[in-house]
Design a protein around this ligand. Structure first.
Ligand SMILES: *Cc1c(COP(=O)(O)O)cnc(C)c1O
Ligand code: SF4
Length: 329
């Protein structure tokens, strides 16, 4: 078994164990132990990047189930993007022109408390073997699709033998020019970038883009940087998406440091997402006005290529909605 799969199996799923590792007392925190629908999950390599004894650690806050999640707030719903309806073929989302997104698996290396997929019906949404043929047929018949996005869950939670096989089937669709992968795994578990992954990805005949998901500069350590360098060497374009999260990264200094750290690791910032208003995530929300003020600070400090696009996903829109800069005509 590859080292990353062993590390995934050893991921921490007990709140008590996590708190012991980061030297915190449950009594200091408003923990919600009952997180059965979306349980705690975090690998050791990510825990090692947390600061021991810091209950406000930005990495800890992303994974620790708190009581706040149970507070209902109007507007925060179970399926904020209406993805159940958008999925005409199970496992395939074709919402935007030219791009189709495949939810390959419901599995993730880490359970992010703010995730809009926390209530997602993964059982129905995975293109099991029986749906894969339908998906391929759809992609082959829609010549306007020039880019296929592998998403999830986290597509890199799948073994490379399977991914290599799927990629091979996508590679022969003549109108598809780009294979894009949306993944948090190379950040959370850098050993995921191993020779098997580099093997099939490096040989892939279409352009390859990897969009990682990193929310805080503390997530980028030496091992992450090494993985990114290896991906670059096999010709992969590296981008990042961040979710703007109250108490994690909602200050200009952190976001500026994040852009610079990403660039040091060979990654360009792509999107800064406003949270999807999913039930249980209201305590992470940052007001649009604050988000725009943060953007103005980043823009005034960094070169243009290190300024992410502030966006929100809006059901029915032709693409992500750009929130900044506002146009004052
Ligand atoms: C975000 C998203 C994409 C990709 O959008 P880009 O703006 O190209 O990054 C494609 N399909 C779906 C369903 C998405 O949610
Ligand atoms: S890795 Fe991505 S899909 Fe998985 S829980 Fe985190 S945000 Fe959600």
């Amino acid at each position: 078994m590859p080292a990353w799969q062993t590390a995934l199996r050893q991921a921490v799923s007990s709140v008590e164990e996590l708190l012991r590792l980061v030297k915190l007392d449950a009594a200091e925190l408003d923990i919600c132990a009952d997180a059965r629908e979306f349980p705690l999950r975090v690998p050791h390599s990510f825990i090692r990047r947390m600061e021991a004894g810091n209950r406000n650690d930005p990495l800890l806050r992303q994974v620790l189930p708190l009581h706040e999640e149970w507070r209902e707030k109007p507007g925060f719903v179970r399926d904020p993007l209406g993805e159940r309806e958008a999925m005409t073929t199970p496992g395939l989302l074709h919402k935007y022109n030219g791009r189709a997104l495949l939810t390959l698996t419901g599995a993730c290396a880490v359970h992010c408390r703010y995730c809009f997929r926390r209530h997602f019906p993964y059982g129905e949404a995975n293109p099991a073997a029986s749906h894969w043929d339908r998906i391929l047929t759809y992609l082959e018949h829609h010549e306007e699709i020039s880019e296929i996005i592998l998403s999830g869950g986290d597509p890199l939670a799948l073994p490379d033998a399977r991914l290599g096989e799927l990629a091979g089937q996508l590679a022969v669709i003549p109108h598809v020019r780009t294979l894009r992968i949306h993944t948090r795994l190379p950040i959370v578990l850098p050993e995921r970038v191993d020779d098997q992954l580099l093997g099939w990805l490096g040989k892939h005949p279409q352009r390859t883009v990897l969009v990682v998901h990193c929310n805080h500069p503390n997530e980028i350590d030496a091992a992450v940087t090494v993985g990114m360098q290896k991906l670059k060497q096999v010709g992969v374009t590296l981008l990042n998406q961040t979710v703007l999260l109250g108490g994690v990264n909602d200050d200009a200094a952190t976001l500026i440091r994040l852009s610079e750290s990403l660039f040091d690791a060979g990654i360009l910032p792509y999107y800064l997402h406003q949270l999807d208003r999913v039930q249980g995530s209201a305590h992470f929300e940052v007001a649009d006005r604050t988000a725009c003020e943060l953007m103005a600070r980043i823009h005034a400090t960094l070169p243009g290529y290190l300024v992410p696009r502030l966006v929100r996903e809006t059901p029915g829109a032709p693409g992500k909605q750009l929130l900044w800069p506002a146009w004052h005509g």
